[in-house]
Design a protein around this ligand. Structure first.
Ligand code: ADP
Length: 945
């Protein structure tokens, strides 16, 4: 193979090597090609246009080189090698003998060496050139623009010398020879090394303990960190077209790998998960692994930020002040350290936790490129994410799903979703938290016996609650937590118990989470003070509170001792210490308490919980820098803050939803005794309860009214929006069967699509609770969610009203399917089941075969695995076989007899046990007769896709 052919064959790898490393690497390849005269000046200019994606420039360079022939191709390989070696080289560059006759040529011939030699001296050289009149002030400023790294400035200086014919090249050459040899700039410079050590030590100390603990013990992250299911979302989260979307599970070490990139030009890795799914903990683990030198060592510097803290920065900030003042201050050589960061952005990682708590919505309106010029904190953050600042530095952004807009996704390199703990994860978590012999096993046994609780535990924050409250749960006298409100009441009681002097006297009976509830009463004043603070915080998007704010909301010393407010983590040297709720969901929980019992909360204020209109003022505030908006007068702000309705309208909608669901839960019959000392007594409570009931039913009806009419000839179908799931969850929290029945009694849809809605086991329980009341059978489409086996178990109560169940891509295993089939056999209306992309193996074939054998009205079973052989023998009649994989489509195309290819001996024995040979033969004949019909039936595939 000649050099050119080899070059062409290697093209895609070459694009990767040129484009996926740093811009510095690419530019240093160009230096070599220029110096060897492979590239003309014109070629060079066409591949060094600023602002173009690196991959575009790389492809253009490869085209130019290929056109120049075999020798140029060989030289490109050599340049790539040289540039990669130079990156590792720490020795100072060697000099050469001068050719004074042609200084401009000499500059070009030795360009790679000269760039390395002068890159630490550009400032001094520019001053000298200015002094001698070789350069104007304007030209100087163009070269020293802060967006360029030191080596880019050095190259621009050489480019300038090349085109000026005023003796500057001659001067430069002579000067270069006299320059002192600086130590290799990075990472060996002493100031950088010390800064890195300081950053590592600080981060190691900060990440050692889990950020949320109840004060009674220190949870060492290392001891309790449990792997969370992390999946790669292709095609921009939920936005991918059906069929294209797929999710691969990845490990934490893979989050920066190049595989699965949606946008290779972007630098930001987006980590999405619901509240309590473990985003902050995962980030903390990442910081810890870096700080202790175990992983992610490609990064020399890691800067952690929380959006919660960032939004408290009310003065303009630059990249420099952000990294140094808000994170870690270099004790020496600030300028040198900062220049190192700018010169090697690819070795820098910046993490931003909790984007959903940032009160400004992402925009790409204002561009800011200068790392030293200050701007508003939101503008700085957005420009960092967009890559206008610190291009090539990796950023990790965590957020709840609702705060991720398509605008933001444009700048996301890859998106990962946190799915919570797997079954093994829950068990491991309990073992890690409880080393006493047998205790973890007892807790796991309890979980397995109470499926609603088990379903909740896939969300890490609930596993944490169960782990903390195991005593109360194991000693329970009646019932067990079912709803999210039950869980939060459990943790509240746990904290109260640990703070009550007579706690020991409560005894096992009192520890039951239900009947022991009156013990909360002495704590109601504290709960209400915390609730007022929580509500005020939600309404003003404040999640960390200063001492002054606590005092202004009337929070007292003893309220802090309860343990729900903990110190915020902050690296900032400047910010005063602040307190925050253990978790945002707990802030919502306390706010719900206040809405329920606060003396100044009128029933009418609760209307805003279930029916909100976007406030014009609020949306403006999210879109524009603070400085653009008129600041409210203090008295005005105080007044607005004082109004509960005002707070609810200004709060982040998603937080209002969580609060509303808690309020519904607190108003449930079971918990009413907790808050109403004299039950039945007139007062605001019954009014609040009936208003919440009415509002919930109304909100659902409004949702149903918005469903478009059915397409002629098809069943009326409804695509649920996330709001629908929230309303259903709120109904579930209320545990009011009558209300649930009334709410869906008039719902006349035949097909309910709840795809891409983050449905986990907890949501499945709520869906089943409500949908089981439907009057007419429904096809329930739950594709692309996180139902899992635990969720499937929760769905069983609504199976009798399901005509079809679509469960594509839901992490379901054989165990879950077998359980479903057991139940489905008794459900008369159940006729279709779609199961592509789950964790099914041949072990569930027997169960599915039984379903087909005994359910005579079953119409369709779609499954990505070619177990046609097994099922086919059982149901020769009107069943549509739909399989996605190649094997089966080949079978369909070629009209091949689908007689079994037994995949395992266990399968064949299953079949042998199940059917007599002659019966099988008869059925095979019938299948062959049915084949043409089957092709006709393929047009119905869309029903299942
Ligand atoms: P999020 O940031 O998504 O709201 P957090 O990271 O704050 O969730 O998790 C809430 C709680 O759940 C943590 O305080 C911790 O107790 C528990 N948790 C979350 N992830 C893990 C994990 N991977 N290992 C152990 N515990 C975890």
């Amino acid at each position: 193979m000649c050099a050119q052919e080899f070059f062409q064959a290697q093209r895609s790898q070459l694009v990767g090597r040129l484009a996926l490393r740093s811009l510095e690497n690419f530019e240093s390849i160009l230096d070599y090609l220029l110096s060897w005269e492979v590239l003309t000046w014109e070629d060079y200019e066409s591949v060094s246009l600023p602002g173009q994606p690196l991959s575009t420039l790389a492809r253009r360079l490869l085209d130019i080189i290929w056109n120049k022939g075999g020798q140029s191709c060989e030289l490109l390989f050599a340049a790539v090698r040289k540039a990669e070696e130079a990156e590792e080289q720490t020795e100072p560059p060697r000099l050469w003998s001068q050719n004074v006759a042609s200084p401009a040529q000499d500059l070009q011939r030795h360009r790679p060496v000269i760039v390395r030699k002068i890159c630490g001296h550009v400032e001094g050289i520019l001053d000298l050139l200015l002094e001698r009149g070789f350069i104007t002030k304007y030209e100087c400023d163009e070269i020293r623009l802060p967006i360029f790294t030191s080596s880019q400035r050095a190259r621009r200086l050489l480019d300038f010398a090349k085109i000026k014919e005023n003796g500057v090249a001659q001067f430069l050459l002579q000067h270069v020879h006299q320059l002192p040899v600086l130590p290799a700039p990075f990472p060996d410079a002493a100031a950088c090394r010390r800064y890195r050590a300081k950053l590592k030590a600080t981060l190691s100390a900060q990440s050692r303990f889990l950020s949320t603990y109840d004060g009674s013990e220190n949870l060492c992250l290392e001891d309790i960190y449990t792997e969370n299911v992390l999946e790669l979302r292709k095609g921009g989260g939920g936005g991918g077209a059906p069929g294209q979307r797929g999710c691969d599970t990845v490990g934490l070490p893979d989050i920066f790998s190049d595989s699965g990139c949606d946008n290779e030009h972007a630098d930001t890795v987006l980590l999405v998960g619901e509240a309590g799914s473990g985003k902050s903990t995962l980030l903390q683990q990442l910081h810890r692994l870096w700080a202790t030198g175990r992983l992610f060592q490609r990064f020399l510097f890691v800067f952690p930020f929380s959006c919660r803290q960032l939004q408290a920065v009310d003065k303009p900030v630059s990249v420099k002040t952000l990294l140094f003042e808000q994170c870690c201050w270099p004790d020496e050589g600030q300028q040198e350290v900062f220049q190192c960061l700018l010169d090697h952005p690819e070795r820098v990682l910046i993490t931003f936790d909790g984007f959903d708590e940032f009160k400004f919505r992402f925009t790409d309106g204002e561009t800011h490129c200068s790392p030293t010029e200050p701007t508003s904190v939101q503008n700085l953050l957005f420009n960092l994410l967009r890559g206008n600042l610190m291009k090539s530095a990796r950023k990790v952004l965590t957020s709840r799903p609702h705060a991720v807009t398509p605008f933001l996704r444009k700048y996301v390199r890859k998106e990962l979703g946190l799915r919570g703990f797997s079954q093994e994860g829950i068990e491991l978590f309990m073992r890690r938290h409880h080393s006493e012999p047998g205790l973890a096993e007892r807790i796991v046994r309890l979980l397995k016996a109470t499926s609603a609780l088990h379903g909740l535990c896939h969300v890490p924050v609930f596993s944490w609650i169960v782990s903390r409250c195991h005593k109360e749960l194991l000693q329970r006298g009646c019932g067990s937590p079912k709803t999210t409100t039950d869980m939060y009441l459990l943790i509240l009681r746990h904290f109260v118990m640990h703070n009550s002097p007579g706690a020991a006297a409560w005894g096992p009976g009192a520890a039951a989470w239900g009947p022991g509830v009156p013990c909360l009463r002495p704590w109601l004043p504290t709960i209400l003070r915390l609730g007022r603070l929580a509500l005020w915080g939600l309404g003003t998007c404040s999640y960390a509170f200063s001492a002054k704010q606590l005092w202004a909301r009337g929070v007292e010393e003893e309220d802090l001792s309860l343990g729900f407010l903990v110190r915020s983590k902050s690296f900032s040297q400047e910010s005063a210490p602040s307190l925050e709720f253990l978790h945002i969901t707990l802030q919502c929980f306390f706010a719900a308490f206040y809405l329920l019992l606060g003396a100044d909360v009128r029933a009418s204020a609760l209307r805003h919980l279930f029916h909100r209109r976007e406030q014009p003022g609020r949306s403006l505030a999210r879109r524009f820098p603070v400085s653009c908006l008129r600041a409210p007068e203090p008295a005005e702000a105080e007044e607005a803050a004082a109004s509960v309705s005002g707070l609810l309208q200004k709060a982040e909608p998603h937080n209002v939803q969580i609060t509303a669901a808690f309020l519904a839960g607190l108003l449930s019959r079971e918990h009413r005794g907790l808050v109403a000392p004299g039950q039945g007594a007139p007062g605001p409570l019954p009014r609040k309860q009936s208003l919440v009931r009415r509002s919930l039913a109304l909100a659902l009806r409004r949702h149903f009214r918005a469903i478009p009419p059915a397409v002629p000839g098809e069943a009326k179908s409804m695509h649920a929006m996330p709001e629908f799931v929230w309303l259903i969850r709120s109904l579930y929290e209320m545990q009011d069967e009558r209300l649930a029945r009334e709410a869906v009694s008039k719902l006349g849809v035949g097909h309910l699509k709840v795809t891409y809605c983050n449905i986990g086991p907890a949501e499945c329980a709520a869906l089943a609770f409500v949908l089981k009341n439907l009057q007419r059978p429904v096809a329930l489409q739950l594709d692309y969610n996180a139902v899992g086996d635990a969720g499937l178990e929760q769905l069983l109560p609504c199976l009798p009203v399901c005509q079809a169940l679509y469960l594509r891509d839901n992490n379901i295993s054989d165990l879950g399917i077998c359980r479903l089939v057991d139940q489905a056999l008794q459900c008369e209306q159940f006729q279709k089941l779609a199961l592509f992309n789950n964790k099914l193996t041949d072990d569930c074939a027997h169960s599915l075969a039984t379903l087909l054998k005994y359910k005579q009205n079953f119409l369709a079973l779609s499954d990505g695995k070619p177990r046609l052989s097994v099922y086919g023998k059982l149901r020769p009649r009107a069943i549509k076989w739909i399989a996605q994989d190649q094997a089966s489509s080949k079978w369909q195309r070629q009209n091949v007899n689908p007689v079994p290819h037994f995949k395992s001996s266990s399968l064949s024995s299953v079949l042998l046990l199940l059917f007599r040979f002659e019966e099988s033969l008869k059925l095979i004949k019938q299948i062959i007769i049915c084949l043409p019909l089957l092709f006709v039936g393929l047009d119905l595939i869309h029903l299942l896709t």
